[in-house]
Design a protein around this ligand. Structure first.
Ligand SMILES: *Cc1c(COP(=O)(O)O)cnc(C)c1O
Length: 223
């Protein structure tokens, strides 16, 4: 066992049954992913299309790749053949693009709606209002190749614990609101993607189903 695998085992031991671990491997080499893979990890997160395109062919086929970064519509086609879930959907245009790209590869791609929960202006994502408008504007007949599976959010960077609790709780409540209003009885709509290295313990307490952890597993990123 190496350090990467040890850390993954430790983190997994802390997760409740409903929560899965995405090992965020961005800026780390394929070799680091392989070490984690050999320790049994199968879900990995990347946030740059170019980097994912380079790594994916070098690594085993049964890896579930989660795309967690800003996604430009003109780059969807590159990852559509294999991406397992896109966490960062923040417009109807992007959703339609994913749907079309998925149709061309005869796949269904799981998507999460990214919701702005942080106080920072710079954070991406939909406001709760714009999220509902997106869902209502979506013609379900027209989007058969995507599956909406839930929501994703990032808490304010370096906030105090109380604020982080508040933001994650708000995301969970919003998920529940959407579930009741639009996805009742839809078993696929079940994911709340929240929690990173510094705040995943809080996210778990607030009901996270997917934690996205990079630095704690792979070390600091060198940009
Ligand atoms: C980089 C990144 C992570 C992982 O962050 P760490 O602090 O390294 O755990 C999680 N989510 C998103 C969206 C990211 O871009």
């Amino acid at each position: 066992m190496n350090n990467i695998c040890d850390t993954i085992v430790q983190i997994k031991a802390e997760l409740p049954e409903r929560t899965r671990l995405i090992a965020v491997s961005k800026y780390h080499p394929a070799e680091a992913v392989r070490q984690a893979y050999e320790g049994g990890q199968r879900l990995f997160g990347e946030n740059i299309v170019q980097e994912l395109r380079k790594k994916q062919p070098e690594l085993p086929n049964d890896i579930e790749w989660h795309f967690i970064g800003t996604l430009q519509t003109n780059k969807v086609k590159y990852i559509a053949p294999y991406v397992s879930m896109i966490h960062s959907v923040d417009s109807l245009k992007l959703l339609q693009e994913i749907d079309q790209a998925a149709r061309k590869c005869n796949r269904i791609i799981d998507c999460l709606l990214e919701i702005r929960i942080a106080k920072e202006e710079t954070k991406h994502g939909l406001t709760p209002q714009s999220c509902k408008e997106l869902i209502e504007a979506m013609n379900p007949e027209g989007l058969q190749q995507i599956r909406l599976c839930g929501v994703m959010g990032m808490a304010t960077f370096n906030a105090d614990e109380k604020e982080t609790h508040r933001e994650f709780a708000a995301l969970r409540h919003f998920f529940e609101e959407l579930k009741t209003a639009y996805f009742k009885g839809n078993e696929a709509f079940k994911e709340i993607s929240m929690g990173m290295s510094d705040d995943y313990k809080i996210a778990i307490e607030e009901g996270s189903t997917l934690v996205r952890i990079g630095t704690s597993i792979f070390g600091e990123r060198v940009y």
